[in-house]
Design a protein around this ligand. Sequence first.
Ligand SMILES: [Zn+2]
Length: 490
Amino acid sequence: MQQKIKRVPAGGRGSRQKYRGLYPGIACLPVCLINPQLPFLKHIIMAKKQKLGMILSPDTFYYVIPFERPDQKLTREVLDKHFAPPKGRQAYMGIHTEFKGFKYDLVHVAVKLPDNSENMLFLHVGLIELDVACTCGMPDEKLCHHAYMGLHSLAWYDYLQLDRYYWPGITSDEKVKHKFLNLEVKPDWITVKPKLQYGNIFKPNIGFNGGQLPAIEKPSKLENVVVGEKEAIAYCLAYNFGNYSSSHLAVLVPGLGITNKYNNEISSFILFGREDKPIIHLNYTTGQQQLNTIGLQQYQIAKGLDDLPDEGKKQALSKAKQAMITLWEQAIPLLLNEKFTFRYYTHWIKYMRDKPRKANMQNCRFGLEKPVLSFLLKFNQNHFSLRAVVTVNGNTLELNAKPHLFVIDELTDICYLIHSLQDDELLMWMLRNHNRLTVLREHFAEFHLTFLEKLSSCYEVLFYNPKSKKTTIYDFEMIANEINPESDGK
Ligand SMILES: [Zn+2]
């Protein structure tokens, strides 16, 4: 029977001296033997030797038991090769073992035998062998009775699983051990686990706890997943600015485009969908079918209005606009689901090109919110000025011009449908007048009676007085008193 015996070189006195010689001699050899392709590991292990912790007396004898299998299990069968097993069941009764601790790489196990002997075993788990010391000192340098009976008793299921005590580079140093590991010492077992924040800790020649590392293969290329450069439908708000004779009602027009390679933008436009040339070869969603129908209805309204002579146009405008607002109210919730929405500036609806001009196409979104119209009156020395103010969610929009039916927030590119026909007419009238009505002070009473009184009963009109620098709700009586010419200079 082969036994490997090691003696500790003299390095200090007493059981708490720092030990500097035992484990490197034990540990480096198996690594090199097991995996000759990793000779460099020897240097790593040798470098650790200065850090090995405090253990027993430096000349403590350790008996070495090779595991004879790769998983750091000590079987009773192997154990029996190192000690002549006592005969009869009686010999194995009344053995008491108790785990006491795990310090400086050593598992401490108290062993009490029926002969009343009490000893402590010190187990050092290597990669391919177990080193055992006993407080009896094993005087004849053979595995002692205490160690054999203790290990036999610990091997509940015919083997002793020792990999849990194998933490190269960690458990030899108490500070490092406490940093990385949680230890729970119970009489019947010791649990050693990495602290949660360290997850799973790599062990040389073993890897990570829990078996094999996941197999990694080169992933297949994703090129087939990209589905860009496809035909797609884009919905365009076709609009323009101008006066009664030149501006047409804003209409929804579907357009056929080609997406870019990422499929997130339209890179080119092919044609507009119209009644006489519909885009029929695409698979439309239900919402898109509704939008196409709405677009056709709107086009007919706008075109019909456009074809009228100027006088007839003025008469028909209100009715046409109201019908158009109703259609847009149906369209906007559907447009919010569309990926590609644009606004398209077009000079004449009846001469709309077949192929959209990309330079006139601008990304836009539609907002569900309705713009709120209000007015601001100011007094300026000898005259009053009135402006229209449009807010959405409390934010004032900067407006210089607007198409029929919509206000466009130039900052966010969001198009908002106007709240009512009257709002649209009032706002367009104001914008046609550069959003400023000027009234001399002496004409103000008449302006109030003919216009402002009615306006302020239907819309919020605020009054800003530059003298007091205060803004208040418009009140004719108050203003008449405050802006009294006779009060000037006081
Ligand atoms: Zn002993």
